[in-house]
Design a protein around this ligand. Structure first.
Ligand SMILES: Nc1ncnc2c1ncn2[C@@H]1O[C@H](COP(=O)(O)OP(=O)(O)O)[C@@H](O)[C@H]1O
Ligand SMILES: [Mg+2]
Length: 228
């Protein structure tokens, strides 16, 4: 479902962010991506949602070769991937409801469907009562729950989460992980970059360790393995 074959990425300034990544992730897997800062974790994730393009190599997502994708197929492939960031990236002038609904508006879902589905995912992340609040009126954990709702609203097959607990306190981080597990349990593939050792060592999943743009470890029910 996600497959990389010898993927290289050199940024225009000459940084060699990925140096020959080959990996396969099956549907419904939960994969942690760990490794030092600057190792290439974010670049690896950006390859999957096509935020950056590889310098060399092949990437398949849901059977589509991302490098051979017809322009008109791009929205379809994109909507099958939900993305969650460390810094939330909510639209500050839109309410919680509007932030989530917006993700469905861009794919031109019918109004009625948007309302029903948006309320459904807000319920799932337990934020229905904050539907009319603005992001600034929410705690960090609540904001991250909004981004989770936004990421799953179009029922993607894959969630890419780049250090989703990076700005959250430990209790809130565990809450977010409960949600991630629940989403994964329903069949969504999750690829999550993290520096959170406690989480990786407690909620045991496959671990990919990246160093200097290479996969140096690929471990089922793995451990964090770094001291930071
Ligand atoms: N847009 C960019 N332009 C140039 N270099 C970049 C860019 N993004 C990342 N890099 C470089 O690529 C390497 C990998 O970065 P990144 O994928 O962000 O690593 P990580 O997420 O593991 O910290 C680093 O050396 C970083 O400085
Ligand atoms: Mg990063």
């Amino acid at each position: 479902m996600i497959e990389m074959q010898d993927v290289w990425k050199t940024y225009p300034d000459g940084s060699h962010a990925l140096q020959g990544i080959s990996v396969k992730v099956d549907q419904s897997e939960f994969v942690y991506v760990v490794g030092p800062s600057g190792a290439g974790k974010s670049t690896f994730m950006k390859m999957i949602y096509r935020e950056e393009r590889p310098t060399k190599g092949t990437i398949f997502v849901n059977g589509f070769n991302l490098e051979k994708l017809k322009q008109r197929k791009i929205p379809y492939v994109r909507r099958n991937i939900g993305v969650i960031f460390q810094d939330f990236r909510l639209l500050p002038k839109l309410t919680v409801f509007e932030n989530v609904a917006f993700a469905m508006e861009v794919i031109e879902a019918p109004k009625k469907v948007i309302k029903k589905r948006t309320l459904e995912v807000l319920e799932l992340v337990r934020l229905k009562d904050k539907a009319n609040s603005l992001p600034t009126q929410l705690s960090g954990g609540e904001q991250q729950r909004v981004t989770i709702a936004r990421a799953i609203v179009n029922k993607p097959s894959v969630i890419i989460a780049d250090e989703p607990t990076g700005n959250l306190d430990p209790d809130t981080s565990w809450e977010i992980m409960k949600l991630m597990e629940e989403i994964n349990f329903r069949g969504t593939t999750i690829v999550m970059a993290t520096h959170n050792r406690e989480i990786v060592n407690t909620i045991r999943k496959r671990v990919l360790a990246i160093e200097s743009g290479r996969i140096v470890r690929d471990q089922a029910r793995g451990e964090y393995g770094y001291e930071d």
